[in-house]
Design a protein around this ligand. Structure first.
Ligand code: ADP
Ligand code: MG
Length: 781
């Protein structure tokens, strides 16, 4: 027997769907009244009452009745969940009288949006009037009435105005009703408009009535037909927000109509004074329109020009706030740094000691770096390049140059495993060059740590590789000249600042391929160098997408590779936002594999292990002590196991494309053929489309662009607090110019007024604070 709550839900869903589908009484099998007659509606006599005679009602009355029914159902649910306190303590805030002005921070409840209006807005995440103002339509529909449809192509959605000259009503089959009218347009053309099974429309279809209709065009020879989606009379259409104009289409959900959202936006625009936070001279300089024009224009554009002005201004603002946020959080703008010689002969010496020659891309980036190193100001450069593109080798060269000029260098990695690997690489590169390389991580014994700290302080090591242990209190460099930070996005801004205290030049390495326009924004003040070429001789990894129903075959393939002496990674996604569950899933997977592949030696690596345990397992894997490393995503960055030739990714659909690309980069480091098997559980079309991108490309930048298009930019840098682009209109792939202008203005503003204290900037500051999601950030200004 179903509980009342279950019954309520079973009743609520079809009713909400019916409302969303336009009240045609077609959603519920057998009709709404049949549903109400069922035992399901038994516990809800009030709902039965308001929906009585539903089939006979016209569209408007149906919508109202459904709205009330849903309110009743929701109301009961609330009452059941949270018993009302005997006395309400909070005083109701009076709704704004028409014509009253409200501040943008006012709650939506202050706005008169009809019964339940505030609740609907809140359910869409819109709590203040500012939220409503900035909840822009996700698209616009041109519903300006055309004089005629003769020239219009079949399949387009258009709006037309005209007078009803004839009308018919047919029931070709029982239960099917077709209403049809012929409309004479102002230009004298004829359009046939039809409605299927919408009897309540009939009332409005009188001969001589003047209507504005929106629908899709069908053409039969010379006759033009319109399948109508929206109808208003010419009188109603006069002040209408929903027809006769370019109308916005908003993000919504079941039971919240576009008409309602348009009305809410309209009321808000009328109630809130749209004082511009950008002074007029800046608006002129950057050729952006004023805020009022922009906000009205995005919600209710008078024409295409206003819409495009609005779009431009609001995008500009998004980037401006983003840049201001980045700059306010980041380091001070331009500082004096170290000045190196970085001679050409030192570069040659370094390269000659390598077992390979630099690629052209590495050479170009090295030139960009040495230009910075030779300059007076502090270098702040991001070197971006795909996994294995040779960033570390370039950074090692820069470190060598710093050492040759008498400075110390540091390389900080996000994990101990990575620090270890960098350390070994650097020792390899510099062994012949008489450079003393040190190592400092948290897991060392206190004695070993102290010893290393002393050597660092006394200048007895030239380059130190380590983790965050490098920036702890008791680490003092004798003469730090260059700091290299790997995978910067894993470190907080504060940590970065500590490393910068001695004003060394700074090089950041990131393997996350970020499209240029986004990198500029996400990394604020860092200059960007890109290594866009892999060293020669790498065989691209062969990638295959596999349904989880074919897992056996995938692991059969893994076993064949193992028999040939190779090793395999098996990575599983974070299934829940919960480390324990993740660990459980990985453990389970390892156990399953031990059953499926009894011959293979299998071990597990997960995030709950101590750094030393992880290190130990990685070391054993590298030395081929076992065949398959089952792991949670902890191995995502950087680890080198040259003998591993297969990367299996379970639940591949749960990863972002860039993340998959990173994981795949763990294999294929040598010249032997390597493989990546993506096992996907879920197989929606969109998932397949996404994973196909990885299957088809090994170019990190292509993948990152595609990922950006499919996922939106917010997820690239991870968290909100790091000033992630929170863009509604911005299109990073195409906005480079606006981004640069916004940066210029942001820099200009802060150069003159670093804390935004000038009275003229108070609006701007207020807007910046209220649009910022991060509490920590609000404290910065
Ligand atoms: P990244 O830091 O971008 O992941 P690394 O600098 O660690 O890349 O290089 C990956 C591997 O390729 C290392 O083993 C490195 O020695 C090697 N390597 C780097 N540059 C070249 C090159 N120009 N030619 C051949 N091998 C290279
Ligand atoms: Mg690397």
């Amino acid at each position: 027997m179903a509980t009342v709550a279950e019954m309520r839900e079973k009743l609520r869903r079809p009713l909400a769907a019916e409302l969303a589908a336009g009240c045609g009484d077609r959603v519920v099998a057998g009709g709404v009244e049949r549903l109400l007659a069922s035992p399901l509606a038994g516990p809800f006599p009030g709902v039965r009452e308001v929906l009585r005679g539903y089939a006979e009602l016209d569209g408007v009355a149906r919508a109202e009745a459904l709205g009330r029914a849903l309110e009743l159902l929701d109301g009961q649910e609330k009452a059941a969940k949270a018993p009302r306190p005997a006395r309400t303590i909070k005083q109701a805030v009076p709704a704004a009288a028409p014509g009253e002005r409200l501040p943008p921070d006012a709650e939506v409840g202050r706005l008169d949006t009809g019964p339940g209006g505030a609740r609907k807005l809140q359910s869409l995440g819109l709590h203040t009037l500012r939220d409503v103002l900035h909840a822009y339509p996700h698209r616009h529909e041109d519903r300006r009435a055309l004089p005629d449809l003769d020239a219009v192509e079949e399949g387009l959605k258009v709006t037309v105005e005209g007078r009803v000259t004839s009308k018919s009503r047919r029931t070709p089959k029982p239960g099917m009703l077709i209403l049809e009218v012929t409309l004479e347009t102002p230009a004298g053309g004829r359009v046939r408009a039809s409605w299927f099974n919408q009897p309540w429309i009939e009332r409005q279809l009188k001969e001589g009535a003047r209507l504005v209709l929106t629908g899709r065009v069908k053409k039969f020879g010379r006759s033009v037909q319109l399948a109508v989606e929206h109808l208003e009379t010419v009188e109603d259409a006069k002040g209408s927000l929903s027809t006769g104009r370019i109308v916005g289409v908003y993000d919504s959900k079941d039971g919240i109509s576009q008409e309602f959202l348009r009305k809410a936006a309209h009321r808000t625009l009328q109630a809130v004074p749209l004082d511009d936070y950008l002074p007029a001279h800046w608006r002129r300089k950057y050729r952006v329109t004023d805020l009022g024009d922009a906000l009205w224009g995005i919600h209710f554009p008078a024409d295409e020009e206003q819409l495009s002005r609005a779009n431009h201004r609001l995008r500009f603002d998004e980037y401006l706030f983003l840049e201001l946020r980045m700059l306010l959080q980041g380091e001070d703008a331009v500082l004096q740094g170290k000045r190196f010689q970085a001679t050409g002969s030192d570069i040659s010496t370094f390269e000659d000691a390598l077992p390979f020659r630099f690629t052209n891309a590495q050479r170009r980036v090295l030139l960009e770096i040495t230009d910075d190193m030779r300059a007076e100001r502090q270098m702040a450069r991001l070197v971006q390049g795909d996994v294995g593109s040779g960033k570390t080798a370039v950074a090692a060269c820069a470190l060598y140059l710093a050492v040759r000029d008498g400075y110390q260098g540091a390389l900080m990695a996000p994990t101990e495993i990575l620090a270890r690997q960098h350390f070994e690489n650097l020792v390899g590169y510099m062994a012949k060059l008489d450079v003393r390389v040190g190592y400092l991580v948290g897991a060392m014994t206190p004695k070993a740590k102290l010893e290393m700290q002393t050597r660092i302080a006394e200048g007895e090591v030239d380059v130190v590789v380590g983790t965050q242990a490098l920036i702890q209190e008791n680490v003092r460099f004798d003469n730090l000249g260059l700091a290299v930070v790997d995978e910067e996005h894993r470190f907080g801004v504060m940590q970065r600042r500590k490393l910068l205290a001695g004003r060394p030049d700074v090089l950041v390495m990131s393997a996350t391929p970020i499209p240029r326009s986004l990198a500029l924004t996400a990394y604020g003040d860092l200059e960007l160098s890109i290594i866009d070429e892999l060293p020669p001789g790498r065989t691209p990894v062969e990638t295959k997408l596999i349904q989880d129903t074919h897992r056996q075959q995938a692991y059969g393939f893994v076993m064949r590779q193992i028999r040939e002496g190779r090793q395999a990674f098996v990575v599983t996604a974070l299934i829940e936002e919960n480390e324990n569950l993740e660990l459980l899933a990985a453990t389970q997977l390892a156990d399953d594999l031990r059953v499926i592949l009894p011959e293979a030696r299998i071990e597990l690596l997960h995030g709950k292990m101590s750094a030393a345990e992880k290190e130990h397992i990685m070391e054993r894997f590298r030395s081929r002590a076992f065949d398959i490393l089952v792991s949670t995503t902890v191995i995502e960055v950087g680890v080198d196991v040259p003998n591993a030739s297969v990367m299996v990714i379970e639940n591949a659909e749960r990863f972002g494309l860039s993340q998959l690309h990173q994981l795949r980069g763990r294999v294929g480091r040598g010249s032997a053929q390597s493989y990546c098997l993506l096992i996907a559980g879920e197989h929606s079309k969109k998932t397949r489309q996404r994973l196909k991108i990885i299957e088809g490309s090994t170019d990190g930048f292509v993948i990152a662009e595609a990922d950006l298009k499919l996922r939106g930019p917010g997820e690239i840098r991870g968290t909100r607090q790091s000033g992630v682009p929170d863009l509604r209109l911005g299109d990073l792939a195409n906005d480079t110019e606006i981004i640069e202008q916004a940066r210029e203005l942001a820099k200009h503003i802060l150069a003159h007024d670093p804390k935004l204290e000038h009275p003229r900037l108070q609006y701007l500051k207020g807007e910046l604070q209220s649009r910022s999601h991060s509490v920590a950030f609000r404290e910065v200004i």
